[in-house]
Design a protein around this ligand. Sequence first.
Ligand code: KG4
Ligand code: ZN
Length: 363
Amino acid sequence: MTSRTLILGIETSCDETAAAVVARNADGKGEILSNVVLSQLKDHAPYGGVVPEIAARAHVNHLDRLIAQAMSESGLDYSELDGVAATAGPGLLGGVIVGLTMAKAIALASGKPLIAVNHLEGHALTARLLQHVEFPYLLLLISGGHTQFQVVEGVGKYHRLGTTIDDALGEAFDKVAKLLGLGYPGGPQVEQLARRGNPQRFDLPRPLKGRKDCNFSFSGLKTAAREVVNNLGSLTDQDVADVCASFEAAVAETMADRLKMAVHLFRAAHPDVENPALIVAGGVAANQKLKSVFERAAAVHGLQLIVPPAKLCTDNAAMIAWAGAERLALGLTDDLGAPARARWPLDAAQAPVYGSGKLGGKA
Ligand code: KG4
Ligand code: ZN
C-alpha cells in the first residue's frame, strides 16, 4: 500500500444511491476525489415515506452507472484502489444487500480488500475527512432514523450516551409536516414555514427536559401537535406557520437541555479534554434554528462545534469511503462473507433501546 490510500465507497442503505472515491494521506488528511449521490426522493414522495421495495429496485437500476461515474471522475482505474468499502448496515436490508454485494464483486474481481462499514460510523467519522479532529469527541446524530449522542473514542470505539426512546427527530419533523398536509420530507418545509410563525402561540411539551440522562423522546410532542391541529379544525396559512414555529421552538429548547446533559456526561468521562469537539451530523443538522442552539451551547460549554456541510451530513458515499479508509489504516478489513445487517448498533455493549436503531428504519 502506498502512503496515500484510495478507497471506493458505496452507500445504498436507504433512499440515496451513492458512490464516491476518497483519498487518505499518511498524515490522516482526507480528500474527496468524487462524490456522486442519486436521491430517490421523487420515487417515494407520493407515499409520504421510503418504500423499501422501491428503494432496493432503484439501487439495482442505478448503482452500476453511479460507480462508473465516481471512478471516472476520480481519474482512477480499479487497479489503483486500495480497498472497496460499502455500507453493510444498519438500514433497509434489500438496499444494503445490493450495495454490499456489488462491493464484494468489485473487491473479488480487483483483488482489493473489502471493508464492511457501519453506516453510523460513516456519519461519526465524516468530520475527520474534512479537518483534523482528535478523539474523543461528542457526536450528535440527528437524522430520519436516528437521534443519539455518542462519545467517539476512536475508530470502531463508541460509547452511546443517549438515544431516542421512540421517534427519531427527523421522523418527528416529517410526521408533523404530514399532519399539516405538507410534503415529504417535511423537515425543510417545517423550518421554512416556522420563520413566519409565532413560536409562542401553542404551548407544546419539552419532552424529558431536566432529566438526568440525555435520552430523547418525540412521540408525545408529535401527539400534542396532532391535538392542536385537530382542535383547530380547518387550518389557515397562519395556523400552519404557528404550529411549525411552536413545534420547532419545543424541539430547540429540548435539544439545548439534552445537549447540556450530554456535555456533562462527556466531561465526567473525559475530564482531561479541554475543548471537546461537538460534531452534529444527519439531515436535521441542516436546520438553522437548531444550528443556533448548538452555537450557543458550544459557546457556553466551551465546545468546538463542527457541522459538516449538508452534502456530507446527509447520506452519501464519501463518508462510507472515508470510514473504510480509517478502518483500513488500522488493518481492519472484512472477508467476503461479511453479512448485510438491518440492525447494527454502533455501541454493541449498550443495552438495546426501542427506537435507537429501528429495524429497517432510515439510518
Ligand atoms: O440524514 P438524512 O438525510 O437521511 C437519513 O435519515 O438517513 O435525514 C433526513 C431527515 C428527514 O427526516 C428530514 O425531514 C430531516 O432530515 N431534515 C430536516 C431539515 N432538513 C432535513 N429537519 C429539520 N429541518 C431541516 N432543515
Ligand atoms: Zn444516514
